[in-house]
Design a protein around this ligand. Structure first.
Ligand code: ZN
Length: 329
């Protein structure tokens, strides 16, 4: 219906005229609001894209910022071993001598991991966190391990051998894409090449080379290393100085599952883990082995029952876990 402003309907017409004005004003406001929201969402989108881009960019170049450590797990004493796999070189002496070199914990002024446990109810300690770590990949087991973790909604930290990376490029990328961390485990894993000279150069070179290779294959740049056979006794003070200078971090472990030694005996691995796990923060050494794959579901179940949550290494949350208690690493 069209309104004709006539003399007999002046009042009506005036009010219609007024309401027409109001409508115009409302439309204007609506237009302004919608254009503001368009601008804002465009801005937000741009922020997100730009943000993620620069994060990736930064990751490639510089070592990650390191937060002051939250927890220092007590590093377990490595046990004598005889085979050629991880831990084999941990023979001679206990890595952590009681009463000596405790300054890394003292200096950082944090509470050493408490050892309270054995409550019938799951311990009411602040947070119990476990880091599952898998060494010596990538291998034919990598995908299976990653699948297993994914099914449980958890992540792990992998220390991969440089010389095996190219043959398993897809698995390595998949491991990272699904939320796990891939750290460095040297190019050669050779005791002879890495430790025999006692010099820092060969050791450092292998890790720098592997870091570049991981970057080339995956676009990520890991700074966390694990020394083959553990850092004792091969990684001497010289090598540690050089690692620290070069901004590398180095993790040993708090629990040695000894899985490499239990071929065909997954139950032994589970037993070993149960025997050793008790700290609020645990870093469990495992390997990409068939028996480990078999033991893994039960290990995860057990840790969950004990109240642990599963964490993956985060550079920005780094804390030292090394036998020398070197808090630079
Ligand atoms: Zn290894």
């Amino acid at each position: 219906m069209i309104n004709h402003p006539t003399s007999e309907s002046r009042t009506t017409s005036r009010s219609q005229h007024r309401s027409g004005k109001t409508m115009k004003a409302l439309v204007t406001v609506a237009l302004i609001l919608s254009s503001i929201s368009i601008v804002m969402s465009a801005y937000a989108t741009n922020q997100i894209i730009h943000g993620s881009k620069s994060a990736t960019g930064a990751e490639m170049q510089t070592p990650p910022p390191v937060a002051s450590p939250v927890t220092v797990p007590q590093v377990s004493t490595p046990k004598p071993k005889d085979s050629s796999s991880e831990g084999a070189a941990l023979t001679e002496k206990p890595a952590v001598k009681p009463g000596t070199e405790d300054k890394s914990i003292a200096n950082t002024g944090k509470t050493p991991a408490s050892s309270e446990k054995t409550d019938t109810q799951s311990t009411v300690s602040a947070q119990k966190v476990v880091y599952l770590t898998f060494d010596d990949g990538p291998s034919k087991y990598t995908d299976t391990i990653v699948d297993l973790l994914q099914k449980r909604g958890i992540h792990a930290t992998f220390f991969m051998i440089g010389s095996q990376l190219t043959d398993h490029e897809e698995s390595v990328n998949r491991t990272i894409e699904l939320g796990n961390y891939v750290g460095l485990h040297s190019m050669s894993h050779s005791k002879k090449k890495l430790y025999d000279s006692g010099k820092a150069d060969p050791f450092l070179k292998e890790y720098q080379q592997e870091q570049a290779l991981v970057n080339e294959l995956t676009g990520t740049t890991p700074w966390l290393i694990r020394a083959p056979y553990g850092s004792k006794p091969g990684v001497n003070a010289d090598i540690r100085d050089r690692l620290a200078e070069a901004n590398f971090k180095m993790w040993d472990w708090t629990v040695d599952s000894k899985d490499w030694n239990y071929t065909g005996k997954p139950d032994k691995i589970i037993q070993e883990v149960k025997r050793q796990v008790h700290r609020d923060t645990e870093v469990i050494l495992m390997h990409e082995k068939s028996q480990t794959v078999q033991a893994l579901p039960d290990i995860i179940d057990y840790l969950q029952k004990k109240g642990y949550s599963f964490a993956v290494y985060k550079p920005e949350m780094h804390f030292p876990v090394n036998f020398a208690k070197d808090d630079r690493l």
